[in-house]
Design a protein around this ligand. Structure first.
Ligand code: SF4
Ligand code: SF4
Length: 201
């Protein structure tokens, strides 16, 4: 008799839990039913890439010292640094530099460890080509800076969800100067400096 009652009690508990989980799942569904679809009319509208977006890498030829640190820290030894030794100046002289963005995984190691900061990420994500060999960028191609979405008069820039003001889900029609939800990195820094200077405030 006791066993039977325990089984009934366990069954009731499991039924209650299953009902709770179904309710939780459906609450997400119902929440989405209230939202309207947000369509970005690419290429007439484009999302503004986030501040730390890892797009195509930019290279500054004159700053490169041919140290090949970028090759050693790259998980696939991808950058090609073509240099020759200059006997007069007794220094390495860079001839060509290239990265194949068809193979690059955009991990950022080369950008992070380059001692002269001649590599940097851009916000260029439009890298589609018909032939993948065209993604093998030489130093000339890597030296070009992409056109910023916010500077392109042919394009309407739209903010990503995390950069919208608090409670706003629709990026169309948001004023350019509207403060995004949460603090900006510069504001966090300011606050941290203030906390250090006035620890008891
Ligand atoms: S790490 Fe920087 S300076 Fe050194 S070879 Fe690579 S790009 Fe040039
Ligand atoms: S981003 Fe990563 S994978 Fe691409 S070249 Fe640099 S180190 Fe290599």
């Amino acid at each position: 008799m006791f066993n039977f009652l325990q089984q009934v009690s366990n069954y009731a508990k499991q039924t209650f839990q299953a009902g709770k989980y179904i309710g939780q799942g459906l609450s997400v569904t119902f929440d989405h039913m209230r939202r309207r679809p947000i369509t970005v009319q690419y290429p007439y509208e484009k999302l503004i890439p986030s501040e730390r977006f890892r797009g195509r890498i930019h290279f500054e030829f004159d700053k490169c010292i041919s140290c090949e640190v970028c090759v050693r820290v790259c998980p696939i030894n991808l950058p090609v640094v073509d240099w020759e030794f200059n006997k007069e100046s007794k220094k390495k002289q860079l001839k060509h530099y290239s990265i194949d963005f068809g193979v690059c995984i955009f991990c950022g190691n080369c950008v992070e460890f380059c001692p002269t900061n001649c590599l940097s990420f851009t916000e260029d994500y439009e890298l589609s080509v018909y032939d993948r060999h065209q993604l093998n960028y030489d130093n000339v191609a890597m030296g070009r800076l992409p056109y910023k979405v916010t500077d392109d008069s042919m394009v309407t820039p739209l903010r990503e969800l995390v950069y919208l003001p608090k409670g706003v889900l629709e990026p169309h029609g948001v004023p350019a100067d509207a403060h995004r939800a949460g603090l900006l990195p510069s504001e966090i820094l300011e606050q941290a400096v203030e906390d250090v200077n006035n620890p008891h405030s």
